[in-house]
Design a protein around this ligand. Sequence first.
Ligand code: FEO
Length: 400
Amino acid sequence: MYCVKKISEDITWIGANDRRLALFENAHPIPRGVSYNSYFINGDKTVVLDTVDRAVGERFFENLSHVLGGRELNYVIVQHMEPDHCATLGELLMRYPEATVVANQKTLTMIKQFFDMDIDSRVHLVKEGDILDTGRHKLSFYMAPMVHWPEVMVTYDSEEKVLFSADAFGSFGAINGNLFADEVNFEMDWLPDARRYYTNIVGKYGAQVTALLNKASALDIKTICPLHGPVWRENLGWFIEKYSKWAAWEPEEKGVLIAYGSIYGNTENAADILASKLADKGVKNISVYDVSATDPSYILADAFRFSHIVFASSTYNNGIFLRMETLLLDLAAHLLQNRTLAFIENGSWVPVSGKLMREIMAPMKNMNVLDCGVTIKSSVKAQQEIELDALANEIIASMK
Ligand code: FEO
């Protein structure tokens, strides 16, 4: 049975939810599920914007059949060729042989890479600024390379002032009945997953996201329809502001993220002592994560959120504790910058993790590394307690 959501008289969400998938892109946990958003415009012509992941194809085709109500499908606009949005494109084109594919040249190349079918005879190629006149809905296209793949483009409907934003402004999380961001407590219930989605999936491409935001600022936008998560029709500026900060690798708030890798609990002890001292000295925003217990996608998201990051790691086989090394390499791969950093190392033989962690962070832009590193030999003693106190003071001084 179909399950669709009206956005306006002409525009309908025809996507579907997946609450069974454990790992998005087989990498990032999604305990709240994910939605694959597809949109239908029922105007003088009929238009579908993107398809869905294979896992929810059955629901999508029921939805599409319902909204078409016996009409022909005239156009399918392919904004993004990642399989979470295009895996069912081939089947759609078989089911609706009259439909024209609207795509840019890079998309066309990728369609041929993913599918074996005659696409040249039914493609309408578009480029930056082109307009597809479908009657009352005039759809214009803006290229958004690397938001999040090279072929990505977004679509603007000047009739209803809707931006179909592809992966931009998306979020992890299934749609639980309410499609619109203003119908849920987005800041409390969705923002952490929206941040985790952005930072992990698109976070590396901040410069390209900023370019898209600049293009979008020239448009009169009333509604944003992303490919995942809620649709925005109110308070757009609040969410765009978040995107501006994330895209510029600018901290959202002053606060301290402490990530520790601890084998027998002694490095954890140092992390907890530091967090406690910071709290006693008045710092309110503190997150402490055990890198062995928390998936890196969550810690990376908080690294984009907070101004200060402390890495505390055991030395392991004369290297960095492996899961800490994974986190650091992940942060480096996402080009994290503009942060204040501090390091705590531990080792029972020769503590070297501090030096090695600094080396991974060294090439990263605009990082302020605090002088007060702390070295522990096996367990925290009186001297390290003093050093942790000094580190807490230095962190607080650097926040002013
Ligand atoms: Fe939701 Fe980049 O795909």
